[in-house]
Design a protein around this ligand. Structure first.
Ligand code: TXA
Ligand code: MG
Length: 317
């Protein structure tokens, strides 16, 4: 892909408006939060979310944090609970991310959650993030705005160094005051510390009146994206298929006759945007098998192949 011109936007109303328009048009905007800079996209737009993974060069589809303007807005996307209310009252807006069951009517791209049934959500306190969320008036998926494998950016210059030419713009809000990522607490079961971060564990435990469970690193169920097959279609999945058996449907890539095509033009961003939708649609046809065309191991093809390999993995793994 040819390099984009990355605009550096000042956080005045005109810059905020421009950033919100860019998000609405499916573009990528880096934004300051109180923790670190995030790489934002409209969380409802499959193509825009796929571009986040492309820009970061992530080798797999890790689930992303969705940023919203208030706890009230968060409740449109997740199943709320008394504990969620308690923690949001105490720490939102702020450096705390809550993982809650995804609402069936959330309307978010399945790429945001890596097709998991839970969603990580946070209300950032940074005034520029707040202004953008208010103006955009929608959910913003944003991982830290660094290339995969690099440390999280805490200044606009860090973002430019890592992602210039790959994103439409960056809102320059100066250095991030907290400087480490948000604390992530899982609330889909017993309250569990999934990642330590900007809000101290003791402060969360004081509000809950109980200790947080710790993530069992050996248990793949508490490490999303690490599971070999967290969503496996009912049908057997066969990769690198160049022909189709009679009892199979074909998930195509490129100019091939097939049941559903990830991208006729071999566009890997389009393919990533379609991946989970097409897998679900083919699975709903209840075939014996899903054959998948070869997909090149470059760019987003690496993440797509990783996800398909998980879908093809033996079921008792
Ligand atoms: O401070 C922060 O949290 C920054 C700012 C931009 O908000 N964001 C950030 O995002 O650090 P990221 O993508 O670099 O890290 C998000 C973490 C990942 O480790 C991911 O696995 C976890 O959140 N996560 C996302 N969705 C999850 C889910 N449904 N269940 C468990 N963990 C989840
Ligand atoms: Mg990160």
């Amino acid at each position: 892909m040819s390099a984009l011109e990355t605009l550096i936007l000042t956080p005045k109303p005109s810059g905020i408006a421009r950033a919100a328009e860019t998000l609405s048009a499916g573009g990528l905007i880096a934004l300051p939060t109180e923790t670190v800079y995030g790489l934002g996209a409209d969380a409802r737009n499959d193509h825009a979310v796929a571009r986040i993974f492309q820009a970061k060069g992530r080798p797999h589809f890790n689930p992303l944090i969705v940023h919203v303007a208030s706890a009230q807005v968060a409740q449109r996307y997740v199943e709320w609970s008394d504990t969620a209310q308690q923690l949001s009252d105490a720490f939102w807006p702020g450096a705390l991310t809550l993982v809650l069951p995804l609402r069936a009517d959330a309307g978010l791209s399945p790429l945001v959650t890596a097709d998991l049934p839970t969603l990580a959500i946070r209300v950032p306190a940074h005034p520029i993030a707040q202004a953008l969320l208010e103006t955009f008036d929608g959910p913003v998926a944003a991982p830290s705005a660094n290339p995969s494998g690099k440390i999280s950016p805490t200044t606009a210059q860090h973002v430019i160094d890592g992602l210039s030419g790959r994103i439409e713009g960056i809102l320059d809000g100066g250095p991030c005051p907290v400087g480490v990522e948000s604390t992530i607490v899982g609330l889909s079961g017993v309250p569990m510390l999934l990642r330590p971060g900007g809000v101290a564990t003791e402060d969360i435990e004081a509000v809950l009146g109980a200790p947080l469970a710790l993530r069992d690193k050996a248990d793949p169920l508490t490490a999303p994206g690490q599971m070999l097959s967290h969503y496996a279609p009912g049908a057997r999945v066969r990769l690198n298929a160049t022909e189709v058996a009679e009892d199979e449907v074909l998930l195509g890539f490129g100019p091939v006759p097939c049941t559903l095509n990830l991208s006729e033009t071999e566009d890997l961003v389009e393919a990533a945007a379609n991946l989970f939708h097409h897998l679900h649609a083919l699975d709903a046809m209840d075939p014996a098998g899903i054959a998948v065309s070869p997909i090149p191991m470059k760019g987003l093809g690496v993440a797509i192949n990783d996800r398909l390999a998980r879908a093809a993995a033996p079921r008792d793994a």
